[in-house]
Design a protein around this ligand. Structure first.
Ligand code: BGO
Length: 684
């Protein structure tokens, strides 16, 4: 008997109850412990500490009632007690008592527990109240999104108690919980990642605290944690790094990290609530400002039209403001070209050097740089939409649409990133846990029209479709999205079948973006293009120039030059698509190195001259052929950097080769269909 009792005592698990005041925590505590309660104080303070015992299948467990709190910051004694107990005593299970009639407010504490990596079981209490208020729960979804068991209870009627106890013991036996990772946005995540690695180098700290949680608290400048870390030996580097990061974030975001974290956490919670609870509308139900806007922006019928309108408005903005700026940059390069010729002639430079400078470098790099204003304006508009909170809604709307096709909705976030550049888009697929969903998204991401394709569009749209610039550009971006969805469906059905895993789309509250923040985000994206123009594109146009003057003695950039011969060899393939000239073919071949180079190559071959590149291409393309050429540029073979990142992320040459092959075939097919179809309709 004695030995049995000893065995039972050694198995005793510690179960803590956490929850907001009035969530029904005491009622659940009483139900679980019956009369076996002990009331005392938490050490060193006058806050009441209640402990009790629960016997389940002959095994006794200790139940601790934590003080009722809304959060686990360090603002009140109650919060500090609850937090310290979780961190230091590491209870086997925490029952997060949630008032189901007030899910969003209550989940704030739950998400904090999950971010600490606690082993949580949610008691979704007051289900009777929730029902009376017309709330309908999808408990399975809620549980899948939080990644922990959720048991519905009505504590006053002892409903759900047996299931709760069984689940709690099961969780206690299973051991550690899973760590919830809320996405705190690029800037914060970057700083968080760096701080996390530094923490991991401090063995003692990372053994005591979850590294990501500690990093977050340090960035939030949580005084309690700050002092705790500061008090340890050898943490000066960590403290200094955290202070520097927090100051940097304050500068970039324009608000303190704590508010940003709270916003994002509520964004996550709003996403969870939106998917797991439906409300029977009642007139008194108060809608917050964001809810009111969302009721229109994410509505079933208006969501997609509003998204399309927003995209159209972005392109209209890009052109209306960008057009005059192109003129200024062109004038600058004409002037600069003239200056270089005059300078080089004055110092008796050879014709070859003048040609390299004027035809090669200024013609090639200059013809790409001309479109920098459009690229920056596009990124300005996208940054504005992102910072305002709209992009998250666009992803939410598309999530529903993608889900209806059996695709993973979260895939749309990386795809939206692809509007800037496909490289980070493919890297962003790491947020998809399921390998199959991830592969599908990697394969379709290159179909999203990145900023590097923009110079090609702006050149051709300006030359051939001046009356409907925004609309034509819009059609190309939409074509990219539509093809991505169609190909995604095909890949998902035939190559990577399987159920989509559940996920939460964060919906942060709407806000008016700050001018500084929007410009910083625009600069972060746009400056990469400037850098690229000065390095990669510069090198490639010099290479193309060399190929244009060889073999020695040939007429510059003629069909007999090496570039001409290469283009002529490939050109027949493109004849059915309407652009079977050697110039177009070599532009596409070199465009594989970087998409802007399509324009750069044309710049080198035609020269920017006095009449400009746009006038030059008007002689060789018809509007229909120009459109099919733009479609080809959009779809065919991802650029070298994207091919590289696909290889790295898929770790497979087979799938990298597949991405190259299918985009080439699809691009060619679409261009031919558009060109031949257009001709049949008498368009060219
Ligand atoms: C009073 N359903 C309903 N409807 N009520 C519940 C439930 C539930 O599932 N669970 C708890 N309550 P605590 P904290 C009260 O005390 O356990 C009720 O702070 C009253 N008291 O009965 O104390 C519970 O420990 C007079 O209500 O929560 C209690 O987390 C009139 O929610 C309240 C009406 O529960 C808070 C209610 C004198």
């Amino acid at each position: 008997m004695d030995s049995v009792q000893k065995l039972e005592v050694s198995k005793e698990k510690v179960i803590a109850l956490a929850g907001n005041p009035n969530s029904g925590k005491t009622s659940i505590f009483n139900n679980l412990t019956g009369s076996r309660q002990h009331v005392g104080n938490w050490p060193g303070v006058t806050v009441e500490k209640k402990e009790g015992r629960l016997t389940y299948q002959g095994v006794c467990h200790k139940i601790i009632d934590l003080p009722g709190t809304y959060s686990l910051g360090a603002y009140s004694e109650d919060e500090v007690i609850a937090r310290d107990f979780i961190l230091k005593e590491k209870p086997d299970v925490i029952v997060s008592v949630v008032d189901a009639s007030n899910l969003e407010r209550n989940l704030y504490l739950t998400t904090q527990l999950l971010e600490m990596g606690a082993n949580v079981v949610v008691a979704l209490n007051m289900m009777d109240e929730a029902k009376a208020r017309g709330l309908n729960y999808n408990v399975q979804k809620l549980s899948a999104m939080l990644g922990v068991p959720v048991i519905t209870t009505v504590a006053t009627k002892k409903e759900g108690m047996d299931q709760l106890v069984a689940k709690v013991i099961e969780a206690a036996d299973a051991g550690k919980g899973s760590l919830l990772k809320i996405d705190y946005g690029n800037e914060l995540e970057e700083e968080l990642g760096q701080l996390e690695s530094t923490i991991q180098n401090h063995g003692q700290l990372s053994a005591e605290y979850p590294a990501r949680w500690l990093a977050l608290k340090m960035l939030e400048e949580d005084e309690h944690i700050h002092n705790e870390v500061k008090g340890r030996a050898g943490t000066a580097d960590l403290v200094a790094q955290a202070e520097k990061s927090a100051a940097h974030l304050l500068d970039v975001i324009g608000e303190d990290t704590e508010s940003l974290v709270a916003d994002r956490r509520y964004g996550f919670i709003t996403g969870v609530a939106k998917k797991s609870v439906t409300k029977r509308e009642s007139a008194e139900q108060r809608l917050t400002r964001s809810d009111k806007i969302d009721s229109i922006v994410t509505s079933r019928f208006l969501g997609i039209p509003i998204f399309l309108f927003a995209m159209w408005a972005v392109f209209q903005f890009t052109f209306t403001l960008g057009d005059p700026m192109i003129g200024w940059v062109e004038t600058f390069f004409e002037w600069f070209g003239g200056l270089v010729i005059a300078g080089l002639t004055a110092i008796n430079s050879s014709d070859l050097v003048i040609s390299l400078m004027v035809d090669g470098i200024i013609g090639g790099v200059g013809s790409v740089l001309v479109f920098i204003p459009n690229i920056f304006l596009l990124f300005l508009a996208i940054s504005f939409l992102e910072d305002s909170g709209y992009m998250a809604r666009a992803a939410y709307v598309m999530d529903r649409f993608m889900n209806s096709l059996g695709l993973h909705g979260k895939a749309f976030i990386p795809l939206l990133v692809g509007f800037g550049c496909n490289v980070p888009a493919i890297m962003a697929t790491r947020t998809l846990e399921n390998k199959r969903d991830r592969m599908v998204t990697i394969l379709i991401a290159p179909l999203m029209s990145c900023g590097a394709r923009l110079p090609v569009y702006v050149l051709f749209v300006g030359a051939f479709f001046s009356a409907n610039q925004g609309l034509v550009l819009f059609s190309l971006y939409i074509l990219g999205i539509v093809l991505a969805v169609i190909m995604g469906k095909i890949f998902k059905t035939f190559l990577f079948p399987g159920e989509a895993s559940p996920f939460v789309m964060e919906l942060p509250p709407y806000r008016i973006p700050t001018l500084k923040g929007t410009f910083i985000h625009m600069w972060e994206r746009g400056s990469a293009f400037l850098k690229k123009a000065g390095t990669i594109i510069f090198s490639i146009v010099v290479l193309i120039w060399v190929l244009s003057i060889l073999p020695w003695g040939v007429e510059y950039a003629s069909q007999e030059s090496l570039v001409g011969k290469l283009g002529s060899f490939v050109a027949p393939i493109f004849a059915p698509a309407g652009f079977g000239t050697w110039e177009a073919a070599s532009a596409l071949v070199f465009g594989i190195l970087a998409k802007e180079v399509v324009v750069g190559t044309l710049g080198v071959i035609y020269g920017v001259g006095e009449e400009g590149l746009a006038t030059a291409i008007q002689q060789f393309w018809t509007p229909l052929a120009a459109y099919s050429f733009m479609v080809m540029t959009l779809i065919y073979i991802p650029c070298a950097a994207v091919i590289g990142v696909i290889k790295r992320e898929t770790n497979s040459w087979k799938w990298t080769g597949f991405a190259v092959g299918y985009t080439l075939a699809l691009g060619w097919l679409m261009a031919v269909i558009i060109y031949q179809g257009g001709r049949l309709l008498g368009l060219g």
